[in-house]
Design a protein. Structure first.
Length: 262
């Protein structure tokens, strides 16, 4: 989350919607410290302060919630199906301590079904290890009231850059940044070599800038590379359509508005 008192503007960081990029670019304007960590709360227990829902903010962090309600607040959203895959990838790395790129599609599909089962038995406020699956609508609406005054599709980088330039005075070129994509090394061998190269700064500097992007594409496996058809079974797809119904409706409205405005 980013809150700029000087600009009276704020950014709500919805998990797996490109928020790390926005936070990195706007961090010098931020007036909230230490809101990017997993910590213990005296009443809530273990929480991820990066991704607190609006209802939780209103109840336990009322001053922050008041600012979000009255400031120029914006958020990014994305297709729930691709977001689910990205969230799955993140959970496997963070909490299962495995490399998704080294798992078979059968193993990934099994993990997706296991996550759906966990979500079906969870409360509205998901635990830390499932926070990346929290519905996007929980960060945009509260009691049918829209808190995020501006909502952008994560892919609409031109509009996001124009908005942040106007509201935050930040010359943000979102198209050049992607700090928190759900990537993993293609193999353990590749990972070891990349880590070695990063530590060897003298060799790292020899790699020309024009070669870095294609090299990253070769070294890393991205969550969206053919995963949807192979990982999301019909059962998981049906669950996503139901669990994220409000998110799907929100995305459809934004897509319709984009078509109309063209």
């Amino acid at each position: 989350m980013i809150i700029s008192d000087a600009r009276k503007a704020a950014f709500i960081h919805i998990p797996k919607c490109g928020g790390t990029t926005i936070r990195a670019c706007l961090r010098t304007l931020n007036n909230i410290e230490d809101w990017n960590e997993i910590t213990e709360h005296e009443l809530l227990g273990r929480i991820d302060t990066t991704h607190l829902t609006l209802s939780r903010l209103r109840e336990h962090f009322p001053l922050v919630f008041e600012k979000l309600s009255h400031y120029e607040t914006f958020a990014l959203v994305r297709d729930p199906f691709s977001r689910f895959i990205s969230s799955l990838y993140q959970r496997i790395k963070m909490y299962e301590h495995l490399n998704p790129a080294q798992m078979t599609f059968l193993e990934l599909r099994s993990e997706a079904e296991r996550v759906c089962e966990k979500l079906s038995y969870s409360s509205n406020q998901l635990p830390v290890d499932l926070v990346h699956f929290q519905p996007q609508s929980d960060y945009v609406f509260l009691d049918d009231r829209r808190i995020a005054k501006a909502i952008f599709l994560m892919s609409d980088r031109v509009s996001i850059a124009e908005y942040t330039r106007r509201v935050f005075g930040n010359n943000l070129d979102v198209a050049l940044r992607s700090d928190n994509r759900s990537n993993s090394y293609r193999s353990r061998f590749v990972g070891e070599k990349v880590i070695w190269l990063k530590r060897n700064t003298s060799l790292n500097k020899l790699i020309p800038d024009y070669a870095k992007a294609p090299l990253r594409k070769f070294l890393y496996s991205h969550a969206s590379n053919g995963w949807r058809q192979k990982v999301i079974s019909s059962t998981v797809a049906a669950f996503i359509a139901d669990f994220y119904q409000k998110d799907i409706e929100l995305i459809q409205r934004l897509q319709h508005q984009a078509v109309v405005s063209q």
